[in-house]
Design a binder for this molecule. Sequence first.
Ligand SMILES: Nc1ncnc2c1ncn2[C@@H]1O[C@H](COP(=O)(O)OP(=O)(O)OP(=O)(O)O)[C@@H](O)[C@H]1O
Ligand SMILES: O=P(O)(O)OC[C@@]1(O)O[C@H](CO)[C@@H](O)[C@@H]1O
Length: 306
Amino acid sequence: MIYTLTLNPSVDYIVELDKIALGELNRTKKEAKFPGGKGINVSRVLNRLGEKSKALGFIGGFTGDYIHHYLQQEMIETDFVRVNDDTRINVKLKADAETEINANGPSISEYDFTSLKDKVGKLGHDDLLVLAGSIPSTMPDSTYEEIVQICSKNGAKFVVDAEGELLKNALPYKPFLIKPNHHELGEMFNTTFENCEDVIPYGKKLVDMGAENVIISLASKGAIFVNKEMTLISSVPEGEVKSSVGAGDSMVAGFLATYEKNKDIEEAFRYSVATGSATAFSIGLCDRKTVETLLPQVKLRRGEVQ
Ligand SMILES: Nc1ncnc2c1ncn2[C@@H]1O[C@H](COP(=O)(O)OP(=O)(O)OP(=O)(O)O)[C@@H](O)[C@H]1O
Ligand SMILES: O=P(O)(O)OC[C@@]1(O)O[C@H](CO)[C@@H](O)[C@@H]1O
C-alpha cells in the first residue's frame, strides 16, 4: 500500500488579488482554502487518479480538525499523530506573480515523534512511503534520515520530495524516487539552470548519490527523468496557470499511480507531467479528466547517453 507522510501539514489559504499594495489595505478578488502539505496533496491526487493511500503525519488544533474531516469526506484513510499546537496556515497570494508565505508549524515532542516512528515501523516489503515537505522547525535536520532508516531496515520503498539537507541525508538509503524542482537542485549544487539539458548531469549525480529514479521539474520549461537505464526529456502542456500550488506533488502522485498499474517508467513520467500541469491549470488540485485531456500534449524524447 502507498502511505504518505506529511510532518508539517497546512491549511492553504489561497488569495487572488488584482495587485498587492504593500503597507495598505488590500481586498481579495477570490479566496479558497484547502488541506495542504505535500504528502497530503499526494494522497488527494492519488485518490483522484483511483489509487488508494493512507495519510500519516502530525496534526493539531482546529486547523488539524479541518484537514482530518476534509480527507474523511474524500474517503482518504488517515492515521495521524495528534499534537498539542495548531497545524499551520500557509498563505498563497496570486496577483501578477505567485507569492507564498509558509509558516514554521507546531512544536513536536519526543513522544509525538516516537509515536510516528512506531507507525512507520509497521510498513514492510509491500509498502511505499512518500515523505514530502518541510519539517516543523522544532525538529532536527536528521528527521527524514531517521524515518528512511526504519523503511530501509523493514524493506519498505520510499519516495522523498524535500529540500536541501533533508533530501541529501536520505539519498544513501536509496529512495525509489525523488523530485526536486530546478531551484531546489540549484541550491543543492550551488548553481542555476536555464533549460532541461543543463539539468541532466545533475540528475545523473543524484542517481550516483543513491536515488533510483529522479524527476526534475522546470515549471513551464519542461521536466527531465533520469535513472541508471535512461534519460528522458519532457515538454509540458500549454495552458493558463491558475495556481501552481501542489503541481510538484501532483507529479509525484501521477508517477506513482501509473507506475503502480503497469510498472512502465515512460508512461509513468508522461502521466507525472500531465498531472503536474493539470494542477497548475486548476485552483486547488487537478481532476482525472483534466490529466487525461492534457496527456497527448506531453511529448518525451530520449536524452543523450553519456
Ligand atoms: N507554466 C506552466 N505551464 C505548464 N505546466 C506547468 C507550469 N508550471 C508548472 N507546471 C507543471 O507543474 C509541474 C511542476 O512545476 P514546478 O517545476 O513549478 O514544480 P514545483 O516547484 O515542485 O511545484 P510546487 O509549486 O508544487 O512547489 C511541471 O513539471 C509542469 O508539469
Ligand atoms: O513548507 P513546505 O512543507 O515545504 O511546503 C508546504 C506547501 O507549500 O507545499 C504544498 C505545495 O507543494 C502546499 O500545500 C503547502 O502549503
